[in-house]
Write a protein of this length. Structure first.
Length: 110
């Protein structure tokens, strides 16, 4: 897919899955990397590719995708200290213990 940039140059868009399966030689990969670096091509990674690139788990990325854009920006700017560990591990429900029952065998022996 290609779109036209404001300067008239076509910008190619590459999806993470399709890029991973392309059979490119080193020369072609170098030219594609140059186009990406120069803004002549855009790359949209998969969740797993983005997670690997930034050194986080796919579960963290999935959790971040559920946040509002404002919340994401606050976290990126250091204005929010929400812990994903807490969000990923919700508190376990506290189960009430059953009420003690009278010791029937003690009553029989008395």
């Amino acid at each position: 897919m290609a779109t036209t940039a404001g300067n008239g140059a076509a910008t190619r868009h590459y999806m993470g899955k399709s890029l991973a399966h392309r059979k490119l030689d080193k020369r072609q990969r170098a030219c594609l990397a140059a186009n990406l670096a120069d803004g002549l091509a855009e790359f949209r990674p998969t969740i797993i590719q983005a997670a690997m690139l930034l050194g986080v788990s796919a579960a963290y990325v999935a959790q971040a995708r559920q946040l509002t854009p404002a919340k994401r920006t606050a976290i990126l700017d250091g204005r929010d200290s929400t812990s994903f560990g807490t969000l990923l591990s919700p508190p376990k429900p506290r189960l009430a213990l059953p009420a003690p029952t009278p010791n029937v065998s003690a009553e029989l022996h008395s």
